[in-house]
Design a protein. Sequence first.
Length: 400
Amino acid sequence: MAPSFTEIGGGVTAPQGFQGAGVRCGIKQQGTDLALVFSRHPAVAAGVFTTNLFKAAPVQVSQAHLAGGRAQAVVLNAGCANACTGPEGLANAERMTEVAATALGIRPETVLVCSTGVIGVQLPMDKVESGIAAAVDALSAEGGADAARAIMTTDTVPKEAAVEFVVGGKAVRVGGMVKGVGMIAPNMATMLCVLTTDASLEAKDLEISLRWAVDRSFNSITVDGDTSTNDTCVILANGASGVTLRTQEEMQEYQAALGHVTASLAKQMVMDGEGATKLVEITVQGAASYEEARQVAFTIANSALVKTAIFGEDPNWGRILAAAGRAGVKFDPAQAELTLCGLPLFRAGTPLAFDRSDAHKRLTAREVSCVLDLHQGPLAATVWTCDLSKDYVEINAHYS
């Protein structure tokens, strides 16, 4: 049976039993900057984290707490990454879990913590602790939007998604929120993501499904090729729907729903990439393996020359082929076929005649597609990136 789900509102608090809040504690110069997501029921939990060797303190704490496979709350702050902050930073991350646990009446080891912002700065813990208390008081089932807004740094819009599907006549929901628009590249991104579901799953199944979804969403995007110190994606499953996923068909329904949510959030990140004006979808097909297709796609996606050409709406397709040719994957260039925004440009080693003004017009669209067929095998991979604009340089030249 084909997976079936419906997009709904509510974001991270759309699933039953979840509450959220977003408050201002004063880390950032303006706006809300501390978020809390809470499950009223104990939940099975899993997480995926940065591969950067400089793991931020909150990453280390959350990884340790998830060893037990359970969590009930996630505290997130913006404006300070609490990364490269030594023993004091680690103690501060632990303190955040303790303060939240006391206020919520749960155990510290069931609290996860996330931070984003400037690296190498200690958290102002007096402000953070006051913020946590305020967030606990503000918790509500409608608080998902506030939580999503409170974790923004250079994001221009909050990013949320949620879906609903039916199992045995009962509604099951998957929701989530994410932040991140710069320092975005696998593995993961400078992203903080909280996912929730009111289904009941075994811890092993939850982790497997999360890694599958992340690989095809957050690990399939790039803005600038940089991987952060704080990347975190966690999921909590509290079973509040009364549905336990047991059969292969039920798991397929859930996995499709989760994958839709993570893909939506990932594309929202790229669309809001620092200084971005376009979402670029790059598909490499006809590859001998998924890994090779992915490697070629990412080489194209991370090419500054390709990204600037797309920003300038210049159909300079030679840059795309040049990037593919240096990806380290063996294929026969004489068999390659390139299409940009639906316009065939190159086939069987030969450039194709095309209307340059038509190509330019197609590139003025908000969403741009690029398909490269290697004609070497049956596998394909898709990644998403954005163009590289003057604003990206301005934003990151003055970030701190």
